[in-house]
Design a protein around this ligand. Structure first.
Ligand code: FAD
Length: 474
């Protein structure tokens, strides 16, 4: 069983017909009409449940939103790769299979964008707004929500820029230390795209508790460092949304372009310091070094330590590929700086996106610990369906681990709670192939990926037509 390479847009909105509307069912409150909240509202309403969708815009904008439209894309207009057998493709195929409103809107709003699903952002938002405003079971309330509803089923989908009053409430509700304001993220590269004939493994001064503590080091000559700093200083950055947000840069995690502006050598005494390292290929200490730290247990990806930055993604790829050893790097995530509100999902949420301590509350979108547009829509889709299942009195079944949706839920709820950080969907989150398949396809990355997708699609279809009939699709 494999997904068709073409997007599946079904005439029926769900894989099965929605159940008839039952007036006695509890109404679901959904807070936030962003990507996750809109998809959640649609899914719950299509499953036969009445929904109240709360949105504070346009009366109150966030530092990044500019309109009152639903599902506004705050930055790029790309919902990432449509390349067959890529992880973002797999996730989107599953959402299409489950009748996603936002995937349908993206198809209508599509503009040419190479391998990516790129949209006209106003057409996209208009489609979503119209669909929700005209849905007979959705009531829209345009006002800021400042408290968590005291009873009943609710989905909290207020995003990375949740208003201060509600963020405060959530933090009080979940335990103050559990709500994070994360201001910067470093780029992440795929491990197998690092050129290990240039980069080398070592810990500073040889200090390593075990092998897994070792870093990959990308060594610079003086000339390479100078060229890198020049390119960095000439690069173009995104508008600093966070400046308006009154959230200052923490001195400890300045964007690298800001550090470079403070002096050409400042980076060499900061995140690029070479002390305690000897390049085994030259026997000498490099002029500067970029260290890569293992990101996941499978060592499939590494982040560039201290390389949070605000560069536009195109410039960022170009400048980062000047780092020796990263000339062919595949970026799984680019560096970004913005305020980000998210709960510590591994310690707070069940795999069904319910708060352990209060299962009537679901979290979806960026606030539940995923990163990215498609991932936010995906968790909104699940939360909407799960909340509807709860209103119907049906059991709630999370999607299978092998699927992209299941892998996202698994990551945010099963990963180590300490140092938890939001993640995009990548192959690293999907279960690896068994040893036999790994060995058989060890020289063919594309074949391995196709096989992961095939297994994933098989498990997902079983979930849709099998045990999940009542619980998932309604
Ligand atoms: C500056 C910035 C740039 C980003 N750029 C990208 C990018 O280019 N690509 C990418 O994939 N991801 C990007 N992200 C990450 C993420 O994918 C987006 O933030 C995405 O919109 C998250 O979806 P969401 O549904 O969780 O939140 P949102 O889409 O932000 O929706 C939350 C909604 O809740 C509303 N709200 C907030 N508080 C309240 C309240 N108290 N009462 C009522 N309503 C409320 C907001 O107005 C908003 O409409 C970016 C994030 C930020 C902050």
């Amino acid at each position: 069983m494999a997904f068709s390479p073409r997007p599946i847009i079904r005439k029926t909105r769900t894989a099965h017909a929605p159940p008839p509307y039952n007036k006695s069912l509890e109404t679901i409150q959904i807070i936030g009409a962003g990507l996750a909240g809109c998809e959640a509202a649609w899914q719950a309403a299509e499953a036969g449940v009445r929904v109240i969708l709360h949105e504070m815009r346009p009366q109150r904008l966030t530092p990044a939103h500019k309109t009152g439209a639903f599902g506004e894309l705050v930055c790029s207009n790309s919902l990432k790769s449509e390349l067959v057998h890529s992880a973002p493709w797999l996730l989107k195929q599953e959402m299409r299979r489950m009748g996603s409103l936002l995937m349908r809107a993206a198809e209508t709003a599509r503009v040419p964008g190479g391998h990516a699903l790129t949209v006209d952002r106003s057409v996209f938002s208009d489609e979503i707004t119209r669909a929700l405003e005209t849905h007979p079971r959705i009531e829209i309330r345009r006002a800021e929500v400042t408290a968590i509803p005291p009873d009943g089923i609710s989905v909290i989908a207020t995003g990375p820029l949740t208003s201060d009053a509600l963020a405060h409430e959530i933090s009080r509700f979940t335990g103050a230390e559990r709500l994070y304001f994360y201001d910067s993220i470093s780029p992440i590269v795929a491990a197998d795209s690092v050129d290990m004939s240039i980069a080398f493994r070592a810990s500073r001064y040889g200090k390593s508790i075990d092998q897994s503590d070792d870093y990959i080091n990308c060594p610079f000559t003086r000339e390479q460092y100078e060229a890198f700093v020049t390119a960095l200083l000439e690069s173009e950055s995104y508008e600093p949304h966070i400046a308006e947000d009154r959230t200052p840069y923490f001195e400890g995690c300045l964007p690298i372009e800001e550090i470079a502006r403070r002096g050409r050598d400042t980076l060499r005494f900061g995140p690029m310091k070479p002390v305690g390292l000897v390049n085994p290929y030259t026997g000498r200490r490099p002029w500067a070094v970029v260290q890569l730290r293992q990101e996941d247990q499978r060592a499939g990806s590494y982040n560039l330590v201290g390389f949070q930055n605000h560069m536009k993604f195109g410039d960022q790829a170009r400048v980062m590929r000047m780092i020796p050893g990263l000339e062919e790097a595949e970026f799984l995530r680019f560096g970004q700086m913005h305020r980000n509100t998210y709960i510590n999902a591994p310690s707070l949420l069940l795999a069904t996106l319910q708060l352990r301590a209060e299962p009537r509350l679901f979290f979806a979108g960026q606030i539940c610990g995923v990163e990215g547009y498609a991932e936010s829509i995906a968790t909104g889709l699940l939360a909407g369906r799960f909340a509807a299942a709860m209103a119907h009195g049906w059991p709630i079944a999370p999607p299978p681990r092998a699927s992209a949706l299941g892998s996202l839920c698994h990551y945010i709820t099963q990963t180590a709670a300490r140092n938890f950080q939001p993640a995009n969907i990548t192959f690293d989150l999907l279960p690896s192939l068994d040893e036999e398949a790994q060995t058989r396809m060890r020289h063919d990355k594309n074949a391995r990926r196709a096989e992961v997708c095939r297994r994933s699609a098989e498990a997902f279809e079983e979930y849709l037509v099998g045990a999940g009939r009542e619980t998932v699709v309604g």
